[in-house]
Ligand binder design. Structure first.
Ligand SMILES: [Zn+2]
Length: 330
């Protein structure tokens, strides 16, 4: 039987009629037992746990930021073409809800947080990473390592609260050498165009007070046992992916090789306004997505819809994120 709208409506009407007639006394007692619960109005704790070999990875929903979609968002595509892809994916076509997902990695000997979100430096709809950790029974003081993919505010600001205190007081902060070289250069910061000055100031606010304690790493280096830094430059000069490997399995955390993959995996040539070197970003995006599709390894984005992790399938001239399945059993 095909399920037409009238069947649904018909079934509903039938059910209603039954309740109103045959089981009317029962309805009365049911109504009393099912007291109206207040609407929550907020999301429940939002984490998604999976394993890579013996390593435990937990995606943490840091939040979202809504921005009006305008013609500038994708530099080299018509707004109507961008809106068509969003519509195909049942997403709003006037607003982009950019999602943020930080990653907790338990290597068995260290608790590593990859990227930090905003903490209290963002807006009312983000800054949730610490709350997600607490929902898992983990206090910020237990984090051993904070690993930064790059120095854009949505990845970095959450390392230091607005009041100047380190959010993860016992963690070693680790950052890509090439990212450090670009953003921490005072002469470059002073000469930066007006539109970039805020970004430099934001980086300096977070990293300068403890500059001597920040450990810098190079691409190809195993930064923590089981986690290797991979060149993913283009989005920023030192933009880094992390290969998390154990027991013959690999998860690649790819940070911002795409903004939402719904748009930019599907159309890898599209240039999002945040890519600092657009041409190199396209090359990096294609290289890593192609590697993930060919080797069938799991990847985690920062800006895909939560939980932002899955596998990459080739589709047309581009790629598609196939979400990883939820599993109760790890
Ligand atoms: Zn980002």
């Amino acid at each position: 039987m095909s399920l037409h709208r009238r069947h649904i409506l018909g079934a509903g009407a039938g059910l209603g009629a039954t309740l109103l007639t045959g089981t009317a006394p029962l309805l009365g007692s049911l109504g009393a037992a099912q007291a109206a619960a207040p609407l929550a109005g907020t999301q429940a704790p939002s984490t998604f746990r999976f394993k890579i070999g013996a390593i435990e990875v937990t995606a943490l929903h840091e939040g979202v930021a809504a921005r009006p979609l305008d013609a500038n968002f994708v530099r080299n595509a018509e707004l109507k073409d961008v809106q068509a892809v969003l519509a195909e994916n049942f997403l709003p076509t006037d607003t982009l809800n950019i999602s943020f997902t930080t990653l907790l990695v338990n290597t068995g000997s260290k608790l590593v947080l990859i990227d930090t979100g905003f903490n209290d430096n963002g807006g009312p709809t983000n800054g949730r990473t610490v709350a997600q950790l607490k929902s898992l029974g983990i206090e910020p003081g237990q984090i051993d390592v904070v690993l930064l993919s790059h120095f854009h505010g949505d990845h970095l600001q959450g390392a230091r609260a607005k009041d100047g205190k380190l959010v993860y007081p016992n963690a070693e902060i680790m950052a890509p050498e090439n990212e450090w070289g670009f953003w921490m250069d005072d002469a470059r910061a002073a000469a930066a165009p007006e539109a970039m000055k805020g970004a430099f100031a934001g980086v300096h606010r977070v990293l300068k007070p403890n500059a001597n304690d920040v450990k810098r790493f190079k691409w190809g280096q195993e930064v923590v046992t089981g986690i290797t830094a991979v060149d993913a430059s283009g989005h920023t000069p030192g933009h880094t992916a992390f290969a998390i490997s154990n027991g013959g399995k690999t998860l690649m955390y790819v940070a911002d090789i795409t903004n939402n993959p719904v748009l930019f995996a599907r159309n890898p040539e599209w240039r999002v306004m945040f890519d600092m070197d657009p041409e190199k970003s396209v090359q990096t995006r294609k290289r890593i997505l192609d590697m993930a599709a060919t080797d069938k390894i799991q990847i985690s984005f920062y800006h895909a819809n939560f939980p932002s992790t899955g596998f990459i399938a080739k589709e047309g001239a581009g790629y598609r994120l196939v979400p990883a399945p939820w599993s109760t059993v790890l």
